[in-house]
Design a protein around this ligand. Sequence first.
Ligand code: GLN
Length: 471
Amino acid sequence: MEALSSWRNVLSSSQTKQAYTAYVREWEARIGAFLEFDPDRLSGGGRPAGTDASAADHPLAGIPFAVKDNIAVEGFSLTCASRMLEGLASPYTATAVARLQAAGAVVVGKTNLDEFGMGSSTDNSALGRTSNPWDPSRVAGGSSGGSAAAVAAGLVPFALGTDTGGSIRQPAAFCGVYGLKPTYGAVSRYGLVAYASSLEGIGVLAGSAQLARLVFETMRGIDPRDHSSVEYQASGEAPSPLRVGVLGGIRELSPEVEGVYRNAITTLRELGMQTSEITLSTLEYVVPAYYTIATAEASANLARFNGIRYGHRPAFAENPEQLVQASRDEGFGEEVKLRILLGTYVLRSGFQDQYYVRAQRVRTAIRNELASAFAGVDVLLLPVFPTPAFKRGAEGLTPFQQKLADKFTATANLAGVPGLAFPAGTVDGLPVGLQLLAPPFEEERLFRAAERYAEASPNRHPAGYSKEWMR
Ligand code: GLN
């Protein structure tokens, strides 16, 4: 696998570790991908925690990786980029991380995100600002923006992220890397701080489809600690020639993304795949259904943060009720408060039929429409986001525009199917990613198609990306 072997030695001597740290620090001054970075913490003194002797042969042995800071890793903090959890030491390690550690891979840091995973820019982080390595005036995307930026800049070969409505695929597309959102339940959510449990999952951002596959295969599988996790039922080789469903005239795409989408269809045909046009009439309902369900689940999941057992404690409170109020008022950011209020609103007694129950019906319709599309094609090619990475601030997109743009990604979460964002081209010096969707447990089709695509259209890196320091 391209360059994975050179990463293997990075943490093994203090000399290479120093060169590594210097490279990371140089990039970090510009992009701020990490909330915490320490290559010594879990790699010091022989074998990393959890490694057994047989792990030495695993291709991931000794390989550094980063973890989004809403996934638990013992030895690091677990902040969810929120004031609410600032300074919290993680009491345990997520199953997905533990499985990678058992293979010998080493966590070197925790990456920035939109607070509790709520957003599309990483600008909703209360604890740091992350910029796009291709152009620091632009966002890295979100909510796994730190993980995407770290991989794109070459600070780690892969990083874990989470995807509730697009949070792995969208930043991957903005930063020019691969981002896999697995089949719902394929990777244990034990140790992931819950935002919207029925939609989210842990996945991987990586510099190649091959590496994304290796990481996915290492961390997937049933886990007694997560009752929604399932035994993975791989169906084997991807069919050949692959039949790809593509969307006809999509109105909301920017010229850049539209152009890359058209070119990608041509490229896939040149690679011998068959393409046919399909319509997804439920696409129009994805965003309202997604935000109804996601905020309803968020309002329940975030009720546990009250400053009593853990979480931000106000300096003073007269009574327990005031303590909880002040803890949440001071601890949560604006976007989080907005979503808790929205979720409480849609679940209000007497209104559930109007919002929540209706959204669940739409969800079923979306799931059914995708299932019937997959009766005629093996994979679907969709845009990830209507634009390339947008600028931060007034020149960028409003929070509402960002939410509307989730329609292409949240579809996969509502249906529980896997999606892989891949670098499909660059326009004016910015990467544009597209995504492939497949039926549940058919991740192999996604990896295979993306590998083939990379043969025809080699992946590029941002200026300043280097592996020279490894020498
Ligand atoms: N942009 C979406 C949101 O803000 C996706 C978030 C996610 O996948 N965690 O909810």
